[in-house]
Design a binder for this molecule. Sequence first.
Ligand SMILES: [Fe+2]
Length: 278
Amino acid sequence: MSVEVRKLGEPILAEVAGVDVTKDISDDDWAAVHQAFLDNCVVVFRDQALTPDQMVRLANRFGPVEAHITSAKYKHPECDDLIIITNRNDKGEIDPFESARGGRWHTDMCYQEIPSKATMLHTLEIPDAGGDTIFANLYLALETMPASLRTRLEGLRATFRLGGNTGRGQGRADKERKNAPLVDHPILRAHTDTGRLSVFVNQVHTVGIVGMDHDEAQALLQEVYDWCERPEFQARHEWRMGDTVIWDNRCSIHRATGENPLRQTRRLMRATISDRPN
Ligand SMILES: [Fe+2]
């Protein structure tokens, strides 16, 4: 068996086949898998069910798994390194809030001092229709960005806070979140493995631009979002049972469609991979 990479979406997203991700991956195979991840930003391994331990082991090949800042209700019952993404509430009903989670374009955990490297999801239950995830390639967005916009971003740093641009809710968690310190990162940020620049702002967690008036910053950021969210940078992943998807948070944005016409359960295991050295 040798590692095979098949493009699924032209701008972003490839399937990696020919590797058994339930077992330890040989160094040669790992080199090919990791290169496919760097080249495509989002890769999927198909038709392989993972136990929590197997998922953590696979995630750890990409980097150290980090805890997600989230409430206890999302914790995986058997594994501290994983959380459960579900569209059902405690009573087992389809929950409109959970169903809409992740529905706006964002990057996971970009609001940390060291933004996360990658996020991995694995299917536990998926609906027969809907529930897709859409990704956009922000290397490509930057490479094709009009110079008139790009030159205005050079040298600027954006500020971030968890959900800082959503104004969501009034609960205790939201108050804690509003008081969390802002962190800042370059808007044109170099990828920590490839060194390539991509755009590193998003409409959920980016709050403003360092040293720029609020309204001016919002207007500029909106221009960036409008560019980066163009369809030509996107690919849609339609989930199948047995899928494990890993995406690179350093050069992409994503959103959940939240579509669930049959009102069925959607439940996935998630690991977040730190960009700290191993
Ligand atoms: Fe996300």
